[in-house]
Design a protein around this ligand. Structure first.
Ligand code: ADP
Ligand code: MG
Length: 368
C-alpha cells in the first residue's frame, strides 16, 4: 500500500501507474470528491494537518509521496519519522515558498530572474528601479498564474501588494522570454538520475498551454538545462521526480523560474510518448526500485484541456480520437470552470513540428 497526499490529477496519474505495477494506493485529500480519491483503494477524507488521519496513513502505507507542494512541511516531517517519504520535507519546504526557493537557487550558483523580497509595505520605497516593469508574486500557494500582478511602477506595487493580501511576495523583473523550457527528472536514493528530453513550454495567461518534446532548441542549450536540473537535484540530495522550469532570455541566459518537487504538467507527454512515464518513475523512486528508461518513442506535443472549452457542451472527443496517434486523458472532474485543468491530449509524429501542426488543428476543431 502506497500513500499519496493530494487527490488531484497528478495523484490520479500516480495511482494509475502504481496500480499497473500491482500496488494499492491510499489517497488523502480535504475534498470529498477528487480525481485520485475516486480511484484510490482507500480514501482518507481529511485535512493535510489532521494528525489522526496522518497516523492512519503511517500505519497502513509502506511509503508515502505527495502530488502537491503546499502540504505543510511539518506534515511530511511527522510522516518521515515512521515511514519512507519522498520527496523529503526539506525539498518541499524550499519549493513551496518562492522566497526560500529563489534564495536557495541563488546561494547554490543557479541563476534566477532579478527579484526583491517584499514582505512589508515600507520596503516598497527601497525597491530598485530596474525591477520595473515587474511581476509581483505571492510567496506561497500561487499556481497557474494565480496570486500574481503585473506592475508598471512603484505606485502600482503598493496597490498590488494590498490586493494580494499584504502577504510576503517577491517582485520579479518582467523578462522578455525567448522561450520557456522544463526538465523533468527522477533521482533515486543512490543518486542515479534519468531525465526526460528538454521540454518546450508555451503558457497562456500564466497557465501551461502546450508542451513540445523535444524542445526545438540546440543541443547545447538542452544540455545546459539538463545539467542545471541535475545539479539542483544533487544539491537537494533529492529522491523522487523533480521538475525545473526555465526561462531562456537574451544574452544566452538560462534562468530557473521555479521548481516543482513532483511530476509536472509539462511531463504528461511521458505517459504516452516514453518507455517509462514520470508517474511510473515516481512509483519506482518511492519504492527504491531501479529507474526506468525514459527514451522517447516519437516527438510529441501535449495540449492542456481547460474548462473554458466546455462553455456550451462537452467537446466532441472524436476530434481527438479520430487522429490515431493522439491520446486523450480526462481527469474525471465533475465541474468545468474557466482555467481549470480538466484533461490533456498528446499527439505523436515523426517530428515535433508535424505533431504541433496536428495538435493545433485538433484543438481548433474542438471549439468550431
Ligand atoms: P506559477 O506558479 O503560477 O506557474 P510562474 O512564476 O511559473 O507561476 O509564472 C507563470 C508564467 O508566467 C510563467 O511560466 C511565464 O510564462 C510567466 N512569467 C512568470 N514570471 C515571469 C517573468 N519574470 N517574466 C516574464 N514572464 C513571466
Ligand atoms: Mg510555473
Amino acid at each position: 500500500m502506497l500513500g499519496v497526499l493530494g487527490g488531484g490529477q497528478l495523484g490520479r496519474m500516480f495511482t494509475i501507474a502504481a496500480h499497473q505495477m500491482g500496488y494499492q494506493v491510499t489517497v488523502l485529500d480535504p475534498d470529498l470528491d477528487s480525481p485520485a480519491g475516486r480511484i484510490a483503494d482507500q480514501f482518507i477524507h481529511a485535512d493535510y494537518a489532521d494528525t489522526a488521519a496522518l497516523g492512519q496513513m503511517r500505519e497502513q502505507c509502506a511509503a508515502i509521496t505527495t502530488e502537491f507542494e503546499n502540504i505543510p512541511a511539518e506534515t511530511l516531517t511527522l510522516l518521515e519519522q515512521a515511514c519512507p517519504v519522498s520527496p523529503d520535507a526539506h525539498s518541499v519546504a524550499i519549493a513551496q515558498n518562492r522566497i526560500t526557493e529563489k534564495q536557495y537557487l541563488r546561494n547554490n550558483g543557479l541563476s534566477v530572474a532579478p527579484f526583491a523580497v517584499i514582505d512589508r509595505i515600507d520596503q516598497i520605497v527601497h525597491v530598485q528601479q530596474d525591477l520595473f516593469p515587474g511581476i509581483l508574486k505571492v510567496s506561497q500557494f500561487g499556481y497557474d498564474g494565480k496570486g500574481q500582478r503585473q506592475i508598471g511602477d512603484p505606485s502600482g506595487l503598493r496597490i498590488a501588494f494590498d490586493e494580494l493580501g499584504t502577504v510576503p511576495c517577491v517582485l520579479e523583473k518582467k523578462l522578455s522570454l525567448t522561450c520557456e523550457l522544463s526538465i523533468v527528472l527522477a533521482r533515486d536514493v543512490y543518486g542515479n538520475m534519468e531525465s526526460f528530453p528538454a521540454i518546450e513550454n508555451q503558457h497562456v495567461n500564466g497557465i501551461l498551454d502546450i508542451s513540445i518534446v523535444p524542445a526545438r532548441i540546440d543541443m547545447a542549450l538542452a544540455q545546459r538545462a539538463d545539467a542545471m536540473a541535475r545539479k539542483l537535484a544533487d544539491t537537494l540530495n533529492y529522491q523522487g521526480v523533480l521538475c525545473v522550469e526555465f526561462f531562456f532570455v537574451q544574452d544566452d541566459q538560462l534562468l530557473i523560474n521555479e521548481i516543482a518537487p513532483r511530476p509536472h504538467n509539462s511531463g504528461h507527454f511521458s505517459i504516452d510518448a516514453c518507455v517509462t512515464s514520470q508517474f511510473e518513475q515516481q512509483v519506482r523512486t518511492l519504492c527504491n526500485l531501479p529507474l526506468g528508461n525514459v527514451a522517447l518513442h516519437q516527438p510529441c506535443v501535449m495540449v492542456n484541456l481547460l474548462g473554458d472549452i466546455w462553455r456550451e457542451k462537452t467537446p466532441d472527443w472524436t476530434r481527438i480520437l479520430g487522429q490515431p496517434s493522439a491520446k486523450l486523458h480526462l481527469y474525471g472532474k465533475k465541474e468545468a470552470r474557466a482555467g481549470r485543468k480538466m484533461g490533456h491530449f498528446t499527439v505523436m509524429d515523426e517530428t515535433a513540428e508535424k505533431a504541433l501542426a496536428s495538435a493545433l488543428r485538433i484543438r481548433k476543431s474542438l471549439t468550431t
